[in-house]
Design a protein around this ligand. Structure first.
Ligand code: TPP
Ligand code: SF4
Length: 283
């Protein structure tokens, strides 16, 4: 059994009060409660404040380019589908820079678990508007307010039939822990969009702002009803639903790939002749 102490990594360089702290603490607790050993998973991240998340944990880590978190994570899962692969990204990294990869990951359904620290701002580069920033929000480089419509990643995920779509909040750690655990247990791609206050640059969507609006979906809510899930996903403003908004049992991509029938690629014997023939074809 792993312990919280075992997961202790470097001291975070985040601002005091940042919403990333409770996410880090909750993630470690979820791993311990799931009985997950550090060698059983890898965390892939890109660039940003959220991208630093795996540095603060004692586990396998891969830091990739900004916006390329998902392609890297998916490749790892296909190379070794016995491994739990977690992707951690900021809203800018995942929905902006990596937006195209996000769309196709939803469609493809490779069993990566994606945790987006959605602070509705570019944190590391000092507060430019991101795709999830609310229309009209004033930032240093959008002095007239953000003019583009806010992206709704949860509705987008339901529209593309993503197999697990949840939303949680960094200020509601018991709820967040249950969402992390459900995502890890899900067979297929999972998105957990985590509302994460950036106390330094986002003065609109504060802990208090979310607390006044966020509510838990009722126990009789059925996440299998896609039309209802889409209606729920569109709720944003005075009331913001938290919980598993949509779930289906689409077969993961890796279960359909004939090459993976004999087990993970990394454990299969290397056929030198075939490799050499392939290489020759390129030279
Ligand atoms: C290709 C590329 N474009 C831009 C940057 C500059 N850059 C670094 S972090 C960042 C924003 C990060 O914002 P987000 O992904 O929302 O994460 P946060 O810092 O808010 O957690 C940007 C634009 C970069 N490193 N690489
Ligand atoms: S800038 Fe925002 S997201 Fe980054 S560490 Fe500070 S509070 Fe957190």
């Amino acid at each position: 059994m792993s312990t919280l102490q075992e997961y202790k990594g470097r001291t975070p360089a985040w601002c005091p009060g940042c919403g990333n702290f409770p996410i880090l603490k909750t993630f470690k607790e979820a791993m311990v409660e799931l009985g997950m050993e550090p060698h059983q998973f890898v965390i892939v991240s890109g660039i940003g404040q959220a991208g630093k998340f795996p540095h603060y944990l004692n586990c396998n880590t891969f830091n990739t380019l900004h916006g390329r978190t998902l392609p890297t994570a998916q490749a790892m899962k296909l190379a070794n589908h016995d491994l739990h692969v977690f992707a951690v990204a900021g809203d800018g990294d995942c929905y902006g820079e990596g937006g195209n990869h996000f769309l196709h990951a939803l469609r493809r359904n490779i069993g990566v678990k994606l945790f987006v620290h959605d602070n509705q701002i570019y944190g590391l580069t000092k507060g430019q508007g991101s795709p999830t920033s609310m229309e009209g929000m004033v930032t240093k480089n959008q002095p007239f307010g953000i003019l583009s419509e806010q992206l709704n990643p949860v509705a987008l995920a339901v529209a593309l039939d993503c197999s697990f779509v949840a939303r949680s909040f960094a200020g509601d750690t018991e709820h967040l822990k249950s969402m992390v655990k459900e995502a890890v247990r899900h067979n297929g791609f999972a998105l957990v969009d985590i509302l994460q206050p950036c106390v330094t640059f986002n003065k609109l969507n504060t802990f208090q702002w979310y607390r006044e609006r966020a509510y838990h979906l009722s126990p009789d809510y059925n996440p299998g009803d896609r039309a209802q899930a889409f209606a729920k996903a569109l709720e944003w403003g005075d009331r913001i639903p938290l919980g598993v908004i949509y779930r289906n049992d689409r077969q993961p991509f890796e279960e359909k790939l004939p090459m993976l029938k004999d087990g993970p690629l990394v454990k299969q014997p290397l056929h030198r002749e075939k490799l050499e023939a392939t290489l020759k074809a390129f030279y």
